[in-house]
Design a protein around this ligand. Structure first.
Ligand code: SAM
Ligand code: SF4
Length: 335
């Protein structure tokens, strides 16, 4: 029997599911959440059993990579049970990769157990190497705890990629320090352009916008940089910094169109399937799952959703207005 595949109308194979397991977080990063966030009532969230059923159905249908995100995925109660349970799909060979994006605050506890569940690579978000600035960006994060978490992940054998959001006036003086630190530690580093998500004021967001073209230019002036072809099917492009040997990536959803190679869909913590980060259209998979005992209705809903995956998104900063702006918060959809 041939391996099942999810194929959209533009002949893109959808093999990558990003799933937000909670909208909650122990941080309040200013570009992601407001200080006084109201979180969803618990009953709205998929239970751990439902998360398992959902992900297993996607794996059944051809998804080979799962990224667990949030909110902060590691603050979800019982989340290690979910990772343990997902590891059966790695063992069977149906799933090629189980990974997560985390703020690192819980890694001293969870790095080793994650490795034991088959996780091999992990994205850790940290925007600054300055403890005071870290406190200001995250509003309530403990820099030293995150650093200890990064050490624990490294020690457990997890391959680490650092994600940093490029924030003008905040971390634009740390480009070279970050490149050097990641190079020394053997971590890849990815810069993410700030995206028009959530309900922050428009003026604020344009103020924060530090275009990655500027980062590339600064990198070129300071380091010996060579382009490397590395197509992840996602929005990132990569260069290698000769002096450190490390890779630096750029995620430019706003200035580049990466949609032709898009291989992913996103599931929110309430079971809404978003076909594109920049479009509002979503399928209510929670209803399809809760209202029916077997998985046939769920599978039909997934197939119907993939059949209407849009060609691309409409973000546009070019005219100094935020076009195609989304009202969802990143922590809800999962970054
Ligand atoms: N809490 C985890 C973390 O911070 O890594 C996972 C969820 S977080 C929403 C995923 C990623 O989205 C993080 O790297 C974060 O920095 C990024 N992010 C959040 N809000 C963003 C925004 N408005 N623009 C660009 N990236 C954003
Ligand atoms: Fe939390 Fe991650 Fe959003 Fe920061 S970026 S508030 S750590 S979900």
């Amino acid at each position: 029997m041939s391996t099942p595949q999810l194929i959209d109308p533009y002949q893109r194979i959808v093999s990558y599911l990003r799933i937000s397991v909670t909208d909650r977080c122990d941080f309040r990063c200013y570009y992601c959440m407001s200080e006084d966030m109201t979180f969803l009532p618990k009953k709205e969230l998929l239970t751990l059993e439902e998360l398992d059923r959902m992900c297993s159905t996607f794996v059944d249908m051809g998804v080979t990579k799962l990224r667990i995100t949030g909110g902060e995925p590691l603050v979800r109660k019982g989340i290690m049970t979910f990772f343990q349970s997902m590891s059966r799909h790695l063992k069977s060979g149906a799933l090629k990769e189980l990974t997560l994006t985390t703020n690192g605050s819980q890694l001293t506890r969870f790095a080793q157990p994650l490795y034991e569940c088959g996780v091999r690579r992990i994205n850790i978000s940290i925007d600054t190497l300055n403890p005071k600035k870290f406190g200001e960006i995250t509003r309530r994060g403990d820099f030293h705890k995150v650093m200890a978490g990064i050490d624990a992940a490294d020690k457990a054998g997890l391959k680490i990629k650092i994600n940093a959001v490029a924030l003008k006036g905040t971390n634009d003086d740390e480009l070279h320090d970050m490149v050097e630190w990641c190079g020394k530690r053997g971590f890849d580093l990815t810069w993410i352009e700030v995206m028009p998500m959530g309900d922050m004021g428009e003026a604020d967001r344009l103020d924060q916008y530090w275009p990655l073209s500027d980062i590339r230019k600064q990198l070129n002036e300071h380091w010996t940089v060579e382009d490397i072809p590395l197509n992840t099917g996602g929005p990132a492009t990569y260069v290698r910094v000769k002096e450190t040997g490390g890779r630096v990536g750029f995620i430019t959803p706003l200035t580049h169109n990466f949609c032709e190679s898009c291989n992913r869909v996103r599931l929110t913590c309430t079971g809404q399937l978003f076909l594109c980060l920049g479009q509002e259209d979503a399928a209510d998979l929670r209803a399809a799952m809760r209202d029916h005992e077997g998985n046939d209705a769920l599978k039909a809903e997934i197939n119907a959703a993939i059949a209407r995956k849009p060609k691309g998104h409409d973000f546009d900063y070019s005219r100094q207005v935020i076009g195609g702006e989304m009202t969802r918060h990143m922590n809800h959809t999962g970054g």
